[in-house]
Write a protein that binds this ligand. Structure first.
Ligand code: AHR
Length: 499
């Protein structure tokens, strides 16, 4: 297969925030996850230092919090101050001790070195409660909310730049679900008040690839918005925990950019594509498993809807399929970098995250290494890649037993700030190695290939088991062209340093 990469044909700047993450008050993401004061591995603030170090190694640029469905009945005042009252979390139907709140979240982001991104309660919340939260975080000392932060011991404002109005308020499963018309009105009033508090903030609002919802939202609130929020999970398992196999996961790559294309079309039709960017602020190949919650079935016992959440912790679920899919997703975001400015892996820790934690340590799942490679090498300016002739296709069977043709190889490229070129090359084929020749006019230098892989498509990492890892090899000199071998089911970064 031959491709041409013209380092002069740029598609746009790659925002570091497309390698962002999300953490929610769900199962063991916060409590018994990152926030575990009793654990010997935790620091004086109660945060797991091993997890923070792992987050720093993948250069987390931005962290979205506190939800997700959780936020749609969350009241931020319950989570600040010396005395925290536990609250019943009506989304996930457990008690939240509220010992982790806004101040702890900001501390966490400072320790990681990432931007905080706060999603507000547009379910049971009001425009006033959302804008009061902005006061608490961003005003120096004007008004009772800034003074409350000072009284809590935090004299300097947090200057939280990124805020989202609501979560998935379009969905019947969401507490405080709204109609399109209701949503347009609420977001407009909330956005107005939040920007009156701090005109410097950047605002997103929950959206989806639905023209009616988005047109209402953008007509009512487009003047205030800087982002439009999109979520997607492909291997849907909320009720039944039956992970798709490798072939079915590759089938999901056939439409990986569809939501971006649809939202881009709506923004363009409304002449907003230069003003509003897409924040793909929840994505993961695998949806979270939490049966009997979104479908509130009466008469269910706790063991019917709490205990099954532990199944998300089965590390054998997260194979090369997750790593290959995630690399294809990030390639798609790179190719759409002119309109996608943020993406948040949902979540970063436990559940379907790239890091799994247990009492005595952590496991780095395959997707962790995708972020390690992409944050190190796939930055700068995205450059155009095109193949000669028709792309090679492979036939796979989808989770719904349909035969689907997908491209065997997925490639994206970047011209980095140091004048080098990085090429992300994914070979989705389950068994066959692929040879790819890249024509790179005007590019000369030394190439190194970083390959993320395991012995089989079903390789995975677990406690005491490291089957997926990154290897590095010299790939020779590049004089305007280079040929590389891509192992089966592998994620590769070809790094060409300028001669
Ligand atoms: O399954 C987790 C949920 O997925 C998040 O809380 C929500 O935002 C999305 O529906």
């Amino acid at each position: 297969m031959e491709y041409e990469i013209n380092a002069k044909r740029t598609l746009g700047g790659i925002s570091p925030m497309i390698y962002g993450h999300f953490i929610e008050h769900f199962h063991r993401q916060i409590y018994d996850g990152i926030f575990d004061p009793e654990n010997q591995l935790s620091d004086g603030d109660g945060f797991r230092t091993d997890i923070i170090e792992a987050m720093k190694r993948i250069r987390v640029p931005i962290m979205r919090w506190p939800g997700g469905c959780f936020v749609s009945s969350y009241h931020w005042r319950d989570g600040v101050g010396a005395v925290r009252q536990p609250a019943f979390d009506k989304a996930w139907r457990v008690e939240d001790p509220n010992t982790f709140g806004t101040d702890e979240f900001i501390k966490l982001c400072r320790k990681i070195g990432c931007e905080p991104y706060i999603c507000t309660n547009a379910g049971t919340g009001t425009a006033e409660e959302m804008s009061d939260w902005v006061e608490y975080c961003n005003l120096d000392n004007e008004g009772k909310n800034a003074k409350l932060r000072i009284a809590n011991g935090y004299s300097r404002p947090y200057r939280v730049r990124y805020w989202s109005i609501g979560n998935e308020n379009y969905g019947a499963w969401e507490i405080g679900a709204k109609s399109a018309d209701e949503w347009g009105r609420l977001t407009a009033e909330s956005a107005k008040m939040m920007k009156h508090v701090d005109p410097e903030i950047e605002l997103s609002a929950a959206a989806l690839a639905d023209i009616n919802w988005n047109v209402n939202l953008l007509r009512s609130c487009g003047q205030y918005l800087d982002w439009i929020s999109v979520h997607q999970y492909w291997d849907m398992m909320p009720e039944v925990n039956n992970p798709a196999d490798y072939g079915a996961c590759m089938a999901f790559t056939s439409n990986i950019g569809r939501a971006v294309d649809e939202v881009r079309g709506i923004l363009t039709a409304m002449r907003l594509e230069k003003k509003i960017k897409i924040a793909f602020d929840e994505w993961n190949l695998r949806s979270w498993h939490h049966p009997n919650v979104h479908t509130v079935v009466q008469g269910k016992r706790r063991e019917d809807y709490i205990t099954p959440r532990d199944k998300n912790d089965d590390n054998s679920t997260y194979t090369m399929a997750d790593a290959v899919f995630s690399a294809c997703f990030l390639n798609e975001m790179i190719r759409n970098c002119d309109i996608v400015g943020m993406a948040n892996f949902a979540p970063i820790l436990n559940t379907r995250g790239c890091i799994y934690s247990y009492r005595d340590g952590i496991v780095l799942r395959g997707t962790y290494y995708v972020f390690m490679l992409f944050t190190e090498f796939m930055n700068g300016e995205a450059v155009d890649v095109w193949g000669d002739g028709e792309p090679e296709l492979m036939e796979v069977t989808s989770k719904s037993s349909r035969r689907v043709s997908v491209r065997t190889v997925d490639i994206a490229a970047a011209r980095t700030a140091d004048g080098g070129v990085s090429v992300s090359l994914v070979n989705k084929h389950p068994t066959d190695e692929k040879t790819v020749t890249l024509r790179l006019p005007g590019v000369f230098g030394r190439a190194v290939m970083y390959t993320l892989n395991g012995d089989s498509v079903d390789s995975y990492n677990d406690v005491g088991r490291e089957e997926i890892n990154v290897t590095e090899r010299e790939a020779g000199d590049v004089n305007g062209t280079v040929s590389v071998e891509l192992d089966a089911h592998s994620v590769n970064i070809l790094r060409i340093s300028k001669a």
